[in-house]
Design a protein around this ligand. Sequence first.
Ligand SMILES: [Fe+2]
Length: 299
Amino acid sequence: MPIFQDEVCNKVISLEETLDYFSSIDISDRDALLGGAPTLRALANNRTFLTKLITDELKDVGSLQKTNQYSAQVFTLGEGINFFMRANFWPAAHDSIFQASGARPFFYDVPHDHNFDFLTVGYYGPGYLSDFYEYEYDDVVGYIGEAIKLRYMGREALARGRTMLYRASVDIHNQLPPESFSISINVMTNFPDQITGTNQYMLDLPSGVITSLGNRTSLPLLCQAAAEIGDEECIDVLDYIRASHPNPRGRVAAYAALARLRESEAHQVWSDAVSDPDRHVSVQARIRLARLQGEAVAI
Ligand SMILES: [Fe+2]
């Protein structure tokens, strides 16, 4: 269960002060991030800053949220050292935007973990609901179809003034619409190696089966493109990546591309992958070998 902090805080601060505060701490330290909960709550007590930002954005509608990497649900607020801040809008099921777009754009009923820590506060409304689960990251191989053992931890709403620390690769949540339109504000830690290199899992419930990997990395798709149209030089590069890339998911993608480009040597390619030091690679290699040999897959 994410760590909730519900202590009353009457202080009011600006967005700039909040950005300065989170730039001043070692945000890679989970306890330090949690220690920022009263500061984030003090920003949530500021009832004018977000209205002003939204008004400014609407005035400049031609360049609406041009730096936003996310969907319209996310409103970027600024960034500091190794983090950025955003507001999230959570429509209720009866709101017209939900009726028009459905649940998916708002990540409702898409159970997932995160591969980074973040701190969030309820800013407006009763707050979106989450069913929370925990799991053991080190017990997971991380392939599509694998069933993760989940522990149900309960349901909570992020009501106005509540603060929650969401722990990377520990907490899983299934988000559900709030009773009425709600807004949360997030401090998102931002370490590129963690974002690309640590798997994020999207799941099916209640089975706990991994349905997709969510971490933002271009490497798997680029390897697949190489598998489609690669030449001899491409094979050399893929060979280097499978042997030396620090990200196991990247190594699997390189092995898969090599097995495709050297179809007659696919068995040898996956046999080599079995000795990879990371289970994410070695277990998937055994599955591929079993498939090549037409055997039932038993891990
Ligand atoms: Fe989430």
